[in-house]
Design a binder for this molecule. Structure first.
Ligand code: NAP
Length: 282
């Protein structure tokens, strides 16, 4: 019998703890914790994400500063805003919502976020520190997965972990976190040969592919822990993950659903990173 990992429940619990710590920070230092969110353009999904992030900040008592720039904003305008926020002491974390409109240099813009305000954990410096297992701000989605594994009491030391996907925002940091937790990690990608056999050897299988129901029952070992990062639409337009949940669930010891698994934890870890960034600054 599998256990469903309830990302909403974990998220609720963590947000309560974060809210308490935010309150304590304000009480002892007499100032707010601030997160600046920059949205450029009219991408519908990005608008929803930004709204949800702002709402989550309110929920835990973090002050949010939202900046909406038009689709036509120039590189210089966006860069100037990020530089101003970098200097602003009321802002502990800066998030530039991706993707940016065409013509803007996302890499350049993100590089202007100071490492201690990089609450998305995407900077080269934070990624480098993660690789060296040093304290840093860690990308929210993989960090949220680690929190859920820890809270479920799932042991990682010595386990075979397979991560499918090697993006800079999910796959790579996920692999590093698992490695830092003493798992033996294999990373698969679109050029991997023998992916089915590799996945079938996993005690912990993380799917971050972006393809509906990519992980099928014949790719899952009996008793595996299966974490589904994917957010896709199936043939009926219904939200679904990278894992064929119905086909796979009975082979698993633990599995995350989509929706309600990894997703809710991502924003929670943004709040967590903002709290950490503020505390480090003091
Ligand atoms: P991405 O940048 O598109 O990366 C996808 C990865 O999957 C790439 O490394 C790619 O390999 C690999 N891949 C693609 N097709 C493959 C195949 N046939 N066999 C093996 N590997 C294959 O995507 P991402 O940003 O990491 O996101 C992955 C999924 O997670 C998406 O569905 C996204 O919406 C979702 N997501 C969810 C959250 C959340 O909070 N729940 C957060 C972030 C992302 P190559 O490198 O070789 O191209």
């Amino acid at each position: 019998m599998y256990k469903l990992i309830d990302g909403k429940a974990h998220s609720r619990c963590l947000r309560e703890q974060i809210a308490d710590e935010v309150k304590e920070y304000k009480r002892s230092l007499g100032r707010d914790i601030g997160l600046a969110v920059v949205l450029v353009g009219n991408d519908g999904a990005s608008q929803v994400y930004v709204r949800n992030k702002i709402k989550a900040c309110e929920e835990v008592g973090i002050k949010s500063f939202a900046y909406y720039l038009p689709e036509t904003a120039s590189e210089q305008e966006v860069e100037e805003l990020v530089c101003e926020l970098a200097e602003n002491d009321a802002v502990h974390g800066i998030l530039v919502q991706l993707p940016l409109p065409k013509g803007l240099d996302a890499e350049k813009i993100l590089s202007l976020i100071p490492v201690d305000k990089d609450v998305d954990g995407f900077s080269e410096s934070n990624m480098g520190s993660l690789c060296m297992n040093k304290p840093c701000l860690v990308a929210c989605t993989p960090n949220g997965i680690m929190k859920m594994l820890e809270r479920e009491g799932i042991q990682l030391k010595g386990k075979n972990a397979v991560v499918v996907g090697r993006s800079n925002i999910v796959g790579k940091p996920m692999a590093m976190l698992l490695l830092n937790a003493d798992a033996t990690v294999t990373v698969c990608h679109s050029k991997t040969v023998g992916i089915k056999e590799i996945c079938s050897s996993a005690d912990i299988l993380v799917a971050a592919v972006g393809r509906a129901k990519f992980i099928t029952s014949d790719m899952v070992k009996e008793g595996a822990v299966v974490i589904d990062v994917g957010m896709n639409r199936d043939e009926d337009g219904k939200l679904c993950g990278d894992v064929d949940f119905e086909g796979v669930k009975d082979k698993c010891s633990f599995i995350t659903p989509v929706p309600g698994g990894v997703g809710p934890m991502t924003i929670t870890m943004l709040l967590y990173n903002t709290l950490i960034a503020a505390k480090r600054r003091g």
